[in-house]
Write a protein that binds this ligand. Structure first.
Ligand SMILES: C[S@@+](CC[C@H](N)C(=O)[O-])C[C@H]1O[C@@H](n2cnc3c(N)ncnc32)[C@H](O)[C@@H]1O
Length: 266
């Protein structure tokens, strides 16, 4: 009897595996396919935060923020794990191409895809500064990083996508921990700051405070990534608080269909 029950379960599991590999090509069933891959050690399982806080920052269509839809350039369109999505990249370059900032600061370089695209769409004499944490400093950050940040910190090369591009002379790679970096030479000089470093609550709060200080006295734009992402619940909580409690951040808007938040401060 026990043998029969084992054979039945064995046959059902073979059928289930065949089913997963066949229908796994359809988006609806892809998670089951990935799950099999994680169990076989294909890659680290992404950290999913349950119980995302309600989204308090209003969402608007991209065309509300960029009514004129300027001509823009998209370089390195293919997104890797850790990059903004294609639609998010388009949203960023539309915002950049319409405002034409001259000086931009990015917290969180990764492979340099966003820095490259900002450089390609900003004012022709503009410059991007992009800060990344050296991988060997991952254990010694000033504040606690989020669970899941490590895989984007520990990479073989930062900024690989812009290093040999036509825009490499318009991008300066900076190294350090965003919570401990000396920003003295950059404060009050930026038109645009993109916050996309560590996803922990403390880092989002600290990097936002930094972003505010980096903007020119007449103001500018701050962009954040990952608001409302199911992987970064604490980031969403921090952003909700900033929106709720800091009057200057009331113009924060989430770009429809993305996890990008944009705030113009004047
Ligand atoms: C999600 S990736 C940025 C993606 C990038 N903006 C893009 O799409 O092209 C996050 C980056 O933040 C960096 N980072 C994480 N914690 C940091 C810290 N404390 N200081 C500086 N950079 C940090 C990581 O090394 C990683 O390169």
């Amino acid at each position: 009897m026990r043998i029969l029950s084992f054979i039945m379960r064995y046959i059902v599991s073979i059928a289930a595996n065949l089913w997963v590999s066949v229908v796994g090509i359809f988006p609806k069933y892809r998670e089951a396919c990935y799950e099999a891959g994680y169990r076989l050690g294909w890659r680290e399982r992404p950290v999913v935060d349950e119980g995302l806080p309600p989204l308090e920052i209003p969402s608007v269509a991209l065309k509300t923020l960029v009514p004129d839809a300027p001509v823009c350039r998209i370089l390195e369109p293919d997104a890797a794990n850790g990059n903004v999505t294609e639609w998010e990249l388009l949203s960023i370059v539309q915002l950049v191409a319409s405002r034409k900032p001259k000086a931009c600061f990015e917290i969180g370089t990764f492979d340099g895809r966003t820095a490259l695209n900002i450089a390609a769409n900003m004012a022709p004499d503009g410059h991007v500064f992009t800060l990344d944490l050296p991988p060997q400093e991952v254990e010694r950050t000033a504040l606690a990083i989020a669970r899941g940040d490590e895989r984007f910190i520990k990479k073989s090369e930062s900024g690989a996508r812009f290093k040999h591009s036509d825009f490499s002379d318009r991008i300066t790679q900076l190294w350090g921990d965003s919570a401990a970096f000396d920003y003295t030479s950059y404060e009050g000089r930026m038109d645009l700051v993109f916050v996309d470093g560590s996803h922990s609550y403390d880092y989002v709060k600290k990097d936002t405070e930094t972003a505010r200080k980096l903007l020119k006295p007449e103001g500018g734009m701050i962009l954040w990534h990952d608001y409302g992402s199911k992987y970064w619940k604490d980031l969403t909580r921090a952003m909700n608080e900033l929106y709720r409690d800091v009057p200057e951040f009331k113009p924060m808007r989430c770009v429809g269909g993305t996890v990008l938040v944009c705030c113009e401060i004047r």
